[in-house]
Design a protein around this ligand. Structure first.
Ligand SMILES: [Zn+2]
Length: 84
């Protein structure tokens, strides 16, 4: 019976821990969502949260992209324009 009680305590501790860490995670998620600012990707015109965006910085100006592909496209276009 001692062993059973021991296992029961571990079981409760484990699920208690999981329960509370889940609550904490959800609180953090809410904070992140509040802090997330949507930026428009100039290539595909999609709205991207800053934290997930690929950031391209030029002359102190930050431009946000949904992914590396859009960033590459944008840089290519820019370089073309600068060559003219
Ligand atoms: Zn994009």
């Amino acid at each position: 019976m001692v062993l059973f009680r021991f296992l029961a305590i571990i079981f409760l501790a484990y699920f208690g821990y999981r329960f509370f860490s889940k609550i904490r995670e959800e609180n953090q998620k809410m904070v992140i969502e509040k802090e997330d600012i949507l930026e428009e990707d100039p290539v595909c015109k999609r709205l991207v949260p800053r934290k997930q965006a690929v950031v391209y910085e030029k002359a102190g100006q930050k431009i946000y992209f949904c992914g590396k592909e859009c960033c590459k496209k944008y840089r290519k276009e820019k370089e073309k324009n600068e060559d003219k």
